[in-house]
Design a binder for this molecule. Structure first.
Ligand SMILES: [Zn+2]
Length: 257
């Protein structure tokens, strides 16, 4: 048995990039630990979705637990740092926000978990955090430093495949030109990817994880409307780049668990 630790910024980030990876590792008998840096308190949510007196933070913790269960996760750790919000929002100015913390102190908190769990493989994000969100960028720096402190052997950046994403956007009629994300800044080009996992057989679990994050229906809704076969085409592969940057050999098809 090996131990896989996936480090993410917010509750819900675990689904797209690493959901199939976690389910696959869990089904293969490995221990899977999901660590989330922030509480997701700056997330948007539909009016009226929270019960009387319920906080968004409490709800998102419950949603994360349900998502983790669907993905076969054995342990969820919320580090509980404050959500920094999207770039340019007022939450960015909070000195306590995750993105504003010193990398060293935040990394220490994660490193303790990596040591305790004797993590074999750790996933973080690339240095642009996939699409530039301050918390996602911080996950890269904090995750990288924590794995140095803990002496983790195998560190991978969970990345979006820019070339695949470009095709998705082209195929998605719901995005007109104004709404479409700036693809040239998102993810990494296919030729920088070192590892591609086929996780189409776990698409039902990924879908269940999307459903679990009910407050995030604004993000997941369009995908939940897709037929499952289309969802499998969109999210049936997950991509990584080894942190050491070497990409000379053939494409890996599994993490070293
Ligand atoms: Zn996020």
């Amino acid at each position: 048995m090996s131990v896989l630790v996936c480090f993410h910024a917010h509750p819900d980030d675990e689904v797209f990039g690493t959901g199939g990876t976690m389910r696959q590792a869990s089904d293969a008998g490995h221990r899977v630990v999901l660590v989330t840096a922030t509480d997701g308190a700056a997330g948007e949510f539909p009016e009226g979705i929270l019960a009387d007196g319920e906080t968004l933070t409490a709800r998102r913790r419950d949603e994360l637990a349900k998502s983790a269960e669907a993905l076969g996760v054995h342990r969820v750790v919320m580090l509980g740092f404050s959500d920094s919000g999207m770039a340019g929002t007022p939450e960015n100015d909070n000195p306590e926000a995750f993105a504003n913390l010193s990398v060293e102190s935040a990394a220490q908190a994660l490193a303790e978990i990596l040591v305790e769990e004797q993590a074999d493989v750790v996933t973080i994000y690339d240095s642009y955090g996939g699409y530039g969100h301050p918390d996602h960028i911080q996950v890269h720096h904090v995750g990288k430093r924590a794995t140095e402190i803990a002496g983790t052997t195998h560190v991978y950046e969970s990345v979006m495949n820019r070339d695949h994403f470009r095709e998705l956007v082209k195929a998605n009629a719901q995005w007109d030109e104004e709404d479409a994300p700036n693809i040239e800044k998102i993810g990494v080009p296919a030729d920088q990817i070192t590892t591609e996992l086929q996780v189409g057989e776990f698409i039902e679990a990924k879908r269940a994880a999307m459903v679990a994050h009910a407050t995030q229906v604004g993000d997941f809704g369009p995908f939940l409307d897709m037929p499952i076969d289309m969802l499998r085409v969109a999210f049936g592969r997950e991509w990584y780049r080894r942190i050491d940057g070497t990409n000379s050999g053939p494409m890996e098809t599994a993490l070293p668990l």
